[in-house]
Write a protein that binds this ligand. Structure first.
Ligand SMILES: [Zn+2]
Ligand SMILES: [Zn+2]
Length: 256
């Protein structure tokens, strides 16, 4: 089928929206019509040429949400009509990392994914008959994309897809940082530096664990308002004395 996609043709140049060919999903894959997609700094980092693992041309994008339109053979968990979020870190449920409580860095499709291919080592995107590579196994800067089903998480169809897309990267990164990396405990005091999407996720994660005091710092008053809305108890414009201020506010103990 013909679809439109935003293609990174060359590092350091704007992406080019154009018509490309998308092949049918193969074994274990699904065709998704994208409804919403965020733009993450990783997309910009790769587009800039600074990412040593980057390649061009490719279809960027990894923070997507949409609806399954069709499935290939042997798809087990999805069917057309399912609402889904794209996962650049998939979950096969079977590999050593999926079974470990210490990590979720699934190994199942990683090698080909890193090179811009789907698990069988080929692409579903084509231009003039030539393969066009995927990005992060997701390629969500497109009207439709094809992914392995293990790279899709089903979500409640009642949930607005614009909000769901944020869980594909920035929001879950921040929530996970509070819950898993920092191990925020109930009743604790937490300071979050920077209240973009990842920082807001950390505020939300801290709130979910029952942190008593959540201090949000940023240079933008607008972002601090978002932080307050999502559960920050203290908001403060960051400056060179922010660390001192936090120590003074916490009786010298500081914050998580
Ligand atoms: Zn991202
Ligand atoms: Zn796995």
């Amino acid at each position: 089928m013909k679809i439109r996609a935003a293609v990174l043709e060359e590092f350091g140049r704007p992406v080019v929206v154009q018509e490309v060919e998308l092949a049918e999903p193969k074994v274990g894959e699904a065709l998704v019509r994208l409804h919403a997609c965020g733009v993450c700094h990783t997309d910009l980092y790769t587009a800039s040429g600074a990412d040593p693992t980057g390649y061009a041309p490719c279809v960027l994008g990894h923070e997507g949400a949409g609806v399954v339109e069709a499935v290939g053979p042997d798809v087990r968990f999805l069917q057309p009509g399912d609402h889904v979020v794209t996962l650049f870190a998939p979950e096969c449920g079977e590999c050593a990392h999926c079974q470990s409580p210490r990590t979720n860095r699934c190994l199942a499709i990683r090698d080909q994914q890193g090179l811009g291919y789907l698990p069988d080592g080929t692409t579903r995107f084509f231009r003039d008959g030539e393969p066009l590579r995927h990005f992060m196994g997701t390629s969500t800067f497109a009207e439709y994309t094809v992914l392995p089903e293990i790279a899709l998480a089903k979500v409640d169809p009642e949930a607005p897809l614009e909000g769901c897309a944020l869980f594909a990267c920035g929001l879950s990164t921040g929530i996970g940082a509070a819950l898993n990396t920092a191990g925020v405990e109930a009743g604790s005091t937490v300071a979050v530096f920077g209240c973009g999407l990842v920082g807001l996720g950390a505020v939300i994660g801290a709130r979910l664990t029952g942190a008593e005091r959540i201090i949000a710092l940023d240079l933008s008053a607008e972002r601090l308002e978002h932080a307050r809305h999502h559960g920050a108890t203290d908001v403060r414009v960051a400056d060179a004395d922010s660390g001192e201020w936090i120590r003074a506010e916490t009786g010298g103990f500081g914050a998580a």
